[in-house]
Design a protein around this ligand. Structure first.
Ligand code: G4P
Length: 522
């Protein structure tokens, strides 16, 4: 019973956006609601990208690992809110994608002045593939942005998802008056810094609001709201929960304006942890036996600390400090006494955790990404984490040929761990590694040197588009450095196309050759 109750309080989500859309600012405002910080602007020194709030640094100091930015949690209206970070900028990597396998919903921030940007699109695609409910926050209404209708159209067309505006802005930038809150049937008036006045629709014809109602921006927005009410899509919570419709909120994370109404509505609709598929059928989050999977492993970049942290999403039962679990892959029993939960609170160690929670566990080099840990007699594994298409490629060689043995061992292990993806050039021993972001190469190079004593040289190949070939359609004479023929780890043939143009040109010229996109969404 306690397990059911605890897990039903969890709301675990990630915020996805393109850099600079306002993810940090929104997160700060949410942490203010959770009374976690006293004033916005203290979460990270913007330029350095490092957290500054001292309590959170304890584990970082002890372990020398930057973990605080990975998970933040706080209590809000009786619920336990877990926010997972999706690193962007130069930290964008496969981990960013994998984080999305550990959440139950997602908040997508779009900059009203820019619309949909590249990184948002990539992250959205993964959410869509997994059917994760997506809530949209259109940010920076205090600036002159693009027309709200145009933004909605763009979301519908580019992302191929139905939109339902939960609120509607009256004006923008200097002429921003507030929003029509369609959900709670009230006008939320914006009167400068942090000032929100809530006026029920029924009260708007009172003399006190005459000057507001008379304004052109108000009138225009009111007409648009009537139009949306009559001709727009109907709201459907079912469609939201299956990821087919996204509720859209307009506001400003910085002012802040519209953030509280957004968050309250989001929290009331966001799903609690659900059942998850495993190799032995579906497991319910309220199942009394503990289980979870590792979605990220963070190696220590500080040479004084060689340990690593595995991030585990709890999927069922109750985690207690010191419990014995089994690693499903090997059947080996492990005692999790060194467990630590990396949270935005002063206590670094978790005593208990339930479905929806994320815990960081000390990894003495035994875990792999995707591993399942569980209690109970029966072994099962959570469905394999999907592989994500590498976008950047580099040729890798060992600096000192005398150390080829360590080199091969290091690559083998790091690839197995999911740190990087490996290919070999057709009929050669030449290694090519692929990653989603530049950070992965840096970590790879560093770890090869520090953990395997093997200095490597990386030579940039650049961005490529991978397409798989059918085994009986391999003709090496058709490929060259531009469109490079390589083998993946399972021995399948892959062409790394230079760009979209090369890919299309090849398709035109060789329509008989089937090119398979392993990562195709639909
Ligand atoms: P990110 O984490 O998604 O990369 O974005 P971040 O929150 O750091 O915001 C990027 C920039 O956009 C910041 O300005 C921030 O102040 C600004 N911003 C965020 N939300 C809003 C908003 O609602 N309205 C307006 N007008 N600006 C917003 P910066 O100049 O890069 O940083 P700073 O020097 O102001 O801290």
């Amino acid at each position: 019973m306690a397990i059911q109750e605890e897990m039903s309080k969890r709301r675990t989500f990630a915020i996805i956006s393109h850099p600079d859309a306002g993810k940090t600012t929104l997160t700060e405002t949410l942490l203010l609601f959770g009374n976690l910080i006293r004033s916005a602007g203290t979460v990270k020194g913007k330029k350095s990208g490092k957290f500054a709030t001292s309590d959170w640094m304890e584990i970082e100091k002890q372990r020398g690992i930057s973990v605080t930015s990975s998970v933040m949690n706080f209590n809000y209206q009786g619920l336990q809110v877990n926010i997972l970070d999706t690193p962007g900028h130069e930290d964008f990597s496969e981990d960013t994608y994998r984080t999305l396998t550990a959440v139950d919903s997602v908040v997508m921030i779009i900059d009203a002045t820019k619309g949909i940007e590249a990184q948002t699109k990539k992250l959205f695609k993964v959410c869509r593939m997994r059917g994760i409910p997506i809530f949209t926050f259109i940010n920076k209404l205090d600036r002159e942005g693009r027309e709200p209708l145009e933004l909605l159209e763009e979301i519908e067309e580019v992302l191929n998802i139905e939109t339902y505006p939960m609120n509607w802005p009256a004006g923008m930038g200097k002429r921003f008056l507030g929003i029509f809150d369609r959900h709670d049937k009230q006008f939320v008036q914006f009167s400068g810094n942090e000032q929100e006045t809530f006026i029920p629709y029924d009260d708007l014809d009172r003399p006190a609001y005459e000057s507001l109602v008379a304004q052109e921006e108000y009138q225009l927005a009111q007409d648009e709201v009537s139009l949306l009410d009559e001709a727009g899509d109907q709201f459907s919570l079912d469609a939201v929960l299956t990821g087919e419709q996204t509720p859209v909120f307009f506001g400003s994370a910085l002012a802040p304006f519209g953030v509280k109404t957004f968050f309250d509505t989001f929290i009331s609709m966001a799903p609690q942890p659900g059942a998850r598929k495993t190799t032995e059928g579906v497991v319910q989050p309220g199942n009394p036996e503990f289980s979870g999977f590792i979605f990220k492993i963070q190696a220590n970049m500080n040479p004084a600390h060689r340990d690593r942290v595995a991030f585990l999403r709890v999927c069922s039962g109750k985690f207690e400090r010191g419990i014995s679990v089994k690693l499903a892959r090997t059947g080996k029993t492990i005692n999790l006494s060194q467990s630590q939960q990396f949270v935005a609170s002063s206590r670094g160690t978790v005593e208990e955790a339930y479905a929806g929670d994320i815990i960081g566990i000390y990894d003495p080099n035994v875990y792999r990404i995707g591993d399942t840990l569980l209690e109970g007699k029966e072994l099962f594994e959570y469905n394999e984490l999907p592989k994500f298409p590498p976008e950047q490629y580099k040729r890798v060689t060992v600096k000192n040929v005398m150390k080829s043995k360590q080199f091969k061992k290091g690559i083998e292990q790091l690839v197995q761990e999911g740190a990087i993806q490996l290919f070999t050039k057709y009929k050669t021993e030449s290694y090519i590694i692929g990653a989603v972001g530049e950070l992965q190469f840096d970590v790879f190079k560093y770890r090869m040197q520090n953990e395997y004593n093997s200095e490597v040289v990386l030579e940039t190949i650049g961005e490529r588009i991978p397409r798989w070939l059918k085994d009986d359609q391999v003709d090496s004479t058709l490929f060259d450095e531009r469109n490079m023929l390589v083998e993946d780890r399972e021995g399948h043939y892959v062409v790394l196309f230079k760009n979209d143009f090369s890919l299309r040109w090849f398709k035109d010229k060789h329509p008989e050759i089937e090119l398979i996109d392993l990562y195709e969404v639909n």
